[in-house]
Ligand binder design. Structure first.
Ligand code: ADP
Ligand code: MG
Length: 807
């Protein structure tokens, strides 16, 4: 058992502006525990009563300042936890802090760069690397991904996520067994045999989370996400299994709202936006107080799920994420205070071991067989499962003659075969019952006498029967357990087969086998695994499933999508990643070629060495001189060349492996960005279509036009326009149609747009009643876009003065 308090770390997010200096300082004296001092800025402190403290000091295991890299965070925080999970202990890492302080960045990672990978992908990578190295044990890894939003749990890996909205999905519920062990109903477990499979699951969950999010349901700031790696291990031949769970938790934003309103906001008693975080705090307070017997775990789903991680069987680590800007001072202080309380909690982690029922059955069966064999040797007769007809008949005859024999010393000899003994009892019982039924009384006293003559034998029989019964029960229980295990395995298999069948359906793969662009061009004999095309197919099928629209898009919509994509702020990142990906592909290709060359060179060198050796031996024989025990100069040279080539090969191979992981990751990032883009386009498109329906045929819907998400560069222009021109322009282009125009429009809904725009005519925009096609919508959008671009209003994002349609 390992007793340990929850480890607390702090991470400060890089600030955008440099003016934050002086707000905090980090004291990292080698001998002391590092501490973080938060200093209240003068102007904030002045406004408060005199006894207000001006600085606050908090101790942490370690504090990571703004420049800390993801790699450092992993090495110092996550790696030790991953190691204890590999050793069989439960582990939890959770990030706590206000929205925007870097929780998701720390736990999952940034969506743009490979180097921004967070704790989850790095931990997966580390764990799988260790599993590969350790051949002494057999490991199995499963993944689950749970989201808790508004006290309801959702399975982020549920395939139904694609088609259903959050509300329609089956909820994950918490069940507690009599031993107070928590079980989660409706949360699927997916086996991952490689790092790649596990990463795919992570990205699938993240994409599902993004898809389910709407402006009304800002799940990413209000929900908790728990990514769990379930690791089982067993030494070969042993029946003992070890189970360990690693929870990686991205909590909801911890921001609080003051009860007292804006006036006394700073450092006053505050309430959480998120109720379950409030319950988490209550659990933490209860745990940190001595002599508290009741811990209110059951108040919320999150505290129930993380029950073991808090004050239980787990090694737990908390990362307090801080965004130390002036306006966030109060939230940062709350976060640090929370961490100080968490640091008081003691956990007791134990090894979770259990006996594998399958192996136990095998053992018992073996034992039974051995005993049977032993018995056969002792009795000299081979046992079959049941007694034969002839044996039964013979036995019954013996019983009858025994019953008929009036001699006081007569005996019933059946030997030591338990089956025969049992049959005798059954037969006697039957006889007795039959006689009772027929009303003929039997001299039971006779039997009693007989029995009492041999009390020992009777007792022995009973004992043996009990043992037999016990064994039967044991086997039944084990068989049931086995059935359950089998079912679980079948379910997992079913899941993966569903996934696989989805794979087969998808078509495009950026890494097809044998594609000369990828390292897949290596011959099958090359000791590298060619990148599994199924993974990328899986991703593309996922993308299709999520958006499910590219093929069905009408031409108009496709065109609009192209424009939308071009103008979208994310397109730069996508483009950048595409370039990097291309570069990595060609690097991988070149490396693949060099590896192949190195392989053939190694082959050649080996051959040369053998030849040289043979030559030496032949020479020795022909000259009748002994073969030198050490290789000659030439052979030595060849050998060192061979060693050098092998080293080179190994280095290149490792590099290629790393490249493969990076390529996979980049592809996943890009797929995610694409899904996001399509989702935003769909929303924008639907909005435009509605606005067209609602406002048509009035042209002044220009005011309702929402611009495409623009490139950041346009923001400067935008704000300028907003401040001085927009009002004028917006008014200027509006036709201010009077009652006359109103009636005109009603009478002729298909009036071309230009007729209704006096100042900036636009060529034919068909608006035909309600049955507008996508190309109509596109043409309409284009027309409005061109008006807006000419007038400058396209850049407006703030509230535009809305002139009612018929002012
Ligand atoms: P949270 O999950 O706490 O709401 P995020 O992780 O989403 O916050 O972070 C908010 C923004 O800040 C994101 O754009 C993220 O990329 C960025 N960010 C957070 N931490 C860091 C960091 N250490 N380095 C660089 N960018 C960061
Ligand atoms: Mg987040």
């Amino acid at each position: 058992m390992v007793k340990q308090t929850i480890q607390i770390f702090a991470r400060v997010k890089p600030t955008v502006r440099k003016q934050q200096q002086g707000i905090y300082s980090i004291d990292e004296d080698e001998k002391l525990t590092p501490s973080l001092e938060i200093i209240l800025p003068r102007d904030l402190a002045d406004g408060f009563v005199n006894n207000k403290r001006e600085s606050y000091r908090f101790k942490f295991q370690r504090i990571f300042d703004q420049d800390a890299k993801q790699e450092t965070i992993f090495e110092n925080i996550a790696k030790p936890v991953a190691e204890s999970v590999l050793a069989g202990y439960n582990g939890t890492i959770f990030a706590y802090g206000q929205t925007g302080s870097g929780k998701t960045f720390t736990i999952t990672g940034g969506a743009e760069r490979y180097s921004d990978r967070g704790i989850i992908p790095r931990t997966l990578s580390y764990i799988f690397e260790q599993l590969q190295k350790d051949s002494s044990k057999i490991y199995t890894t499963h993944i689950s991904y749970l989201e808790i939003y508004n006290e309801c749990g959702y399975d982020l890996l549920d395939p139904r996520h694609e088609a259903s909205s959050l509300e329609d999905l089956p909820k994950v519920t918490v069940l507690e067994d009599p031993d107070q062990i928590i079980h989660l109903k409706n949360l699927s477990l997916h086996q991952a045999t490689t790092e790649e499979e596990a990463l795919n699951l992570l990205f699938l969950g993240d994409t599902n989370r993004m898809i389910a999010e709407t402006p009304m349901n800002q799940a990413s700031t209000r929900s908790h996400c728990i990514f769990t790696i379930h690791l089982s291990s067993k030494e070969a031949g042993s029946a003992t299994m070890r189970h360990a769970k690693l929870h990686l938790v991205d909590l909801a934003g911890s921001e609080r709202v003051a009860k007292t309103g804006v006036g006394g906001l700073l450092l006053t008693e505050a309430k959480y936006i998120n109720l379950s975080l409030h319950y988490l705090e209550q659990v933490i307070i209860a745990l940190s107080e001595k002599h508290r017997s009741h811990i209110p775990y059951r108040n919320s789903m999150m505290t129930s799920v993380l029950r073991d991680s808090l004050g239980g069987n787990c090694m737990t680590t908390m990362i307090a994420t801080l965004s130390l800007e002036k306006r966030n001072i109060d939230e940062s202080i709350s976060t640090c205070r929370f961490a100080q309380r968490v640091a008081l909690i003691k956990n007791e982690a134990v090894l979770n071991e259990e006996i594998d029922p399958r192996l136990m059955i095998i053992r018992l069966q073996k034992e039974i067989q051995e005993l049977k064999d032993e018995l056969a040797i002792v009795t000299g007769e081979q046992r079959t499962e049941a007694l034969t007809e002839a044996e039964l008949l013979q036995l019954e005859k013996r019983i009858t003659s025994f019953l008929e024999d009036q001699h006081p010393e007569s005996k019933l000899e059946v030997g030591t075969d338990m089956r025969k003994i049992h049959h005798c009892f059954h037969y006697l019982k039957k006889l007795l019952n039959d006689k009772k039924i027929h009303g003929t009384s039997i001299a039971t006293s006779e039997i009693k006498d007989q029995n009492s003559q041999e009390p020992l034998k009777e007792e022995e029989y009973k004992k043996l029967r009990d043992i037999l019964q016990q064994r039967d029960n044991e086997i039944n229980i084990l068989v049931n357990m086995l059935k359950k295990e089998k079912k679980k395995a079948q379910d997992a298999l079913h899941f993966s087969s569903v996934d696989r069948s989805e794979l087969r359906r998808s078509q495009s793969s950026p890494f097809p086998p044998g594609n000369p662009e990828g390292p897949g061009m290596l011959p099958p004999s090359a000791p590298t695994q060619a990148p599994d095309s199924s993974t990328s197919q899986y991703r593309s099928s996922l993308l299709h499933g999520k958006t499910g629209m590219r093929e069905e898009m009408s031409l108009g919509r496709q065109e609009a999508f192209e424009i939308f994509k071009r103008d979208h702020a994310d397109s730069v990142t996508i483009e950048d990643n595409k370039q990097i990906l291309k570069q990595r592909f060609s690097e991988a290709k070149a490396l693949g070629e060099s590896i192949n060359e190195a392989r053939s060179k190694i082959g050649r060198l080996k051959e040369e060495i053998t030849q040289r050796h043979v030559q030496q031996v032949a020479l020795g024989i022909s000259e009748n001189t002994p073969v030198p025990s050490t290789p000659d100069l030439l052979e030595e040279k060849l050998r060192s060349q061979l060693e050098e080539e092998k080293r080179r090969y190994k280095a290149m191979f490792t590099h290629l492996k790393a490249l493969k992981v990076e390529i996979e990751h980049l592809q996943l990032l890009m797929d995610k960005a694409k899904v996001k883009l399509q989702k935003e386009f769909e929303a924008w498109w639907a909005e435009e279509a509605t606005s067209l329906q609602v406002n048509s045929p009035a042209v002044n819907s220009v005011n309702h036009m929402k611009p495409f998400p623009q490139m950041p560069e346009s923001q400067h222009e935008r704000s300028q326009l907003l401040s001085n021109k927009s009002d004028v322009y917006a008014r200027k282009i509006l036709p201010s149609p009077g009652p006359l125009l109103h009636s005109q429009e009603q009478s002729s809904p298909s009036t071309p747009l230009e007729d209704r725009i006096p100042e900036k005519p636009v060529s034919s925009v068909p608006l035909t009643g309600d049955s507008r096609t996508d190309s109509d919508i596109l043409a309409f959008i284009k027309a409005r876009r061109s008006i807006l671009q000419r007038t400058g209003t396209i850049c407006m994002s703030g509230p535009v003065p809305v002139l009612g349609p018929y002012q």
